[in-house]
Design a binder for this molecule. Structure first.
Ligand code: G6P
Length: 607
């Protein structure tokens, strides 16, 4: 969602600010803007739409200076217009804000009664107005900022510059992450470490309640209690770099192709490739003491949890509940002390998943997370966390992070099976050895699916699609439907194939293509029966199955995507590929914005 980038440098910061916003644009946004401190005062440029609009404006009306703040806004309060775009400012102070100010209506009424006028519909504008009122009372900039922060309820990460202190940027955090980077020419502030790659080598994370005062050559941080504090500077990790599209047309396509490498890295991280055993020390200790597992996540991460539910139940005989975080946190489900709570999140910042984690911690339960960003808030707040080794994922539609999550969850299921005595050493070695063949298997499937375009073209004109599957095929169908609707804007609904006759079959006619996920196994013949039922009612059928499945249903299939035979344990990872590529090619043929689909954000940091 919204992105913050700020700079205080020996050289003009304008291009660094625009570059920082560009690096953050993958998070999703619908307007952008910046303010630069000049001798004549604070100067602002803002534009609705894509960053190109801001760049064009800056060409027409250039702005240079050594201190500035910038923002990409994803609209919550008020339309994505220029007036609502950040920074919000008065002649004395300018602010960019991520998060939500929950008591803004009260603050607004209070400020308006004192004669302070709002120009936008945003909650954020109350921050510069509160600070200005404090400055008008004679407070110093730092005190004015602290006093304003004390009045805010909700969550925020903010960067602030003052007309009267034009060599300084302030950054403050309560809930929404902020990092400070140290570079050759000065200091930089961003809501996401990924924006630091081209300007800084070392960075530190602010903690909740921190206020940082940042100049070219100095930085001081005070904590919640107003005491001077130290936050450790760490070298920027390679995984935090956005390394560009590397010749691919879209990040999403690059990230699909990176999946064999992600799987290989994951296996090498969690397994010994000489003995084909799990590295037990890479997993949380005392797993055997838990008799239930609760998985909580959102979006694609939730579907990874749904696939993994089958693995935990099958291999470790652990009953699993999987919930979407936005429901779980308000459900007040009774939690038993022997339950291990597992939170899955690519970003580690998703507001609902984070709130669910905090809720569970308050209940005194053990909380572990599975995350792709080591420096995220969830990493800091979980009892421990497991890493996915997907590297920076830029495409809004998650692909390689999903595969990475599946791999770690599978290995964790095996680890729990081992801890409870259900997986002996021979079975462990056999399973891990098989898994080491997966990267090559994935590469082969990606090569075989190069011709997916013709199948995709059959969906381009469709307004609706139905995805069906059973067992792990059902969450895969859900993930496939999610991918398609996210990036092609075609309505896609996923159903357990066994529920077809309890409703969705009423939708079937010639205009409703059906994508069936039917891997070999005990449920294949039942899924193929459902295939015949939809085909008999005129549906065009795209079947994803092995040679045998396709032969069995050949007369009813419009398009077949043939998958290699594989060990059932690897099936969900392999069968993910055609679903991702189908959605990708449909979106490309429709000409949508594949990497930054409309209205979507990569990291959903508000409820
Ligand atoms: C957004 C993203 C999805 C992601 C979901 C959960 O909806 O667009 O790609 O799966 O958030 O995000 P998380 O970072 O918690 O995995």
């Amino acid at each position: 969602m919204c992105g913050i980038f700020a700079a205080v440098s020996e050289t003009s910061v304008t291009s660094a600010l625009v570059g920082g916003l560009r690096a953050l644009s993958y998070r999703g946004y619908d307007s952008s803007g910046l303010v630069i401190a000049q001798h004549s005062g604070l100067q602002r440029r803002r534009a609705p739409g894509k960053l190109e609009a801001l760049s064009s404006l800056l060409k027409e009306q250039p702005l240079e200076g050594f201190v500035g703040i910038a923002h990409t806004r994803w609209a919550t309060h008020g339309a994505p217009s220029e007036t609502n775009a950040h920074p919000h400012m008065t002649p004395k102070v300018a602010v960019v804000h991520n998060g939500i100010i929950e008591n803004y209506s009260l603050l607004k009424a209070d400020l308006e009664s004192d004669g302070y006028r709002f120009n936008s519909e945003t909650d954020s504008e109350c921050i510069p107005l509160l600070i200005t009122r404090n400055l008008d009372k004679g407070m110093t900039p730092e005190v004015a900022l602290r006093e304003a922060m004390a009045m805010l309820e909700g969550s925020f990460g903010i960067a602030v510059i003052f007309a009267s202190e034009s060599d300084t940027v302030y950054a403050a955090r309560l809930g929404s992450p902020l990092v400070i980077g140290q570079g050759a020419t000065g200091h930089f502030i961003a809501s996401d470490a990924i924006a630091m790659a081209s300007v800084a080598r070392n960075l530190c994370m602010l903690e909740d309640g921190d206020v940082a005062k940042v100049r070219v050559n100095e930085m001081s941080i005070t904590n919640n209690a107003g005491e001077v504090t130290h936050r450790e500077m760490k070298a920027l990790q390679v995984s935090e770099h956005d390394q560009g599209k590397q010749g691919y047309r879209h990040y999403m396509l690059k990230e699909i192709h990176q999946q064999p490498e992600v799987v290989r890295n994951t296996l090498n991280h969690y397994c010994d490739n000489a003995s084909f055993t799990l590295k037990d020390e890479m997993f949380p200790a005392n797993l055997e003491r838990f008799d239930r597992l609760s998985i909580v996540a959102c979006g694609t991460s939730y579907y990874a949890g749904m696939v993994a539910r089958t693995w935990f139940e099958k291999y470790a005989a652990i009953p699993v509940e999987a919930d979407v975080a936005s429901e779980y946190r308000y459900r007040e489900s009774p939690l038993s002390p022997n339950t291990l709570s597992l939170f899955i999140s690519q970003s580690g910042e998703t507001a609902d998943t984070l709130a669910a984690l905090r809720y569970t911690k308050e209940q005194g339960l053990s909380c572990i997370s599975l995350l792709n960003v080591d420096t995220s808030t969830m990493a800091a707040e979980s009892d421990s966390f497991l890493r996915t080794l997907a590297g920076a994922e830029i495409g809004v539609a998650s692909t390689k992070a999903f595969t990475g999550q599946l791999m770690v969850l599978l290995l964790m299921a095996l680890r729990m099976a081992k801890a409870s005595g259900r997986l002996d050493i021979a079975a462990e070695k056999a399973a891990i050895k098989e898994l080491f063949t997966l990267p090559v298997g994935l590469s082969n499937v990606i090569d075989q699916l190069a011709s997916m375009k013709s199948i995709a073209s059959s969906l381009v004109q469709s307004e609706h699609t139905l995805f069906l599957g059973r067992g792990t095929g059902f969450p895969l169908a859900q993930e496939g439907a999610l991918k398609l609707k996210e990036i092609s804007y075609i309505h896609a609904e996923a159903y357990p194939a066994g529920e077809l006759k309890h409703g969705p079959i009423a939708l079937i006619d010639e205009a409703m293509p059906v994508v069936l996920v039917a891997p070999p196994g005990p449920m294949m013949s039942k899924t193929l029966s459902n295939l015949r039922e939809v085909a008999a009612r005129g549906a065009k059928v795209i079947l994803i199955s092995n040679h045998e499945g396709i032969e069995l249903a050949s007369e009813h299939i419009t398009h077949a995507i043939e998958m290699p035979d594989c060990d059932p344990v690897m099936m969900p990872v392999l069968y993910t590929l055609p679903l991702q590529l189908l959605a990708y090619h449909v979106a490309v043929l429709k000409g949508t914005d594949v990497d930054q689909p409309r209205n979507l954000a990569k990291s959903v940091t508000v409820e």
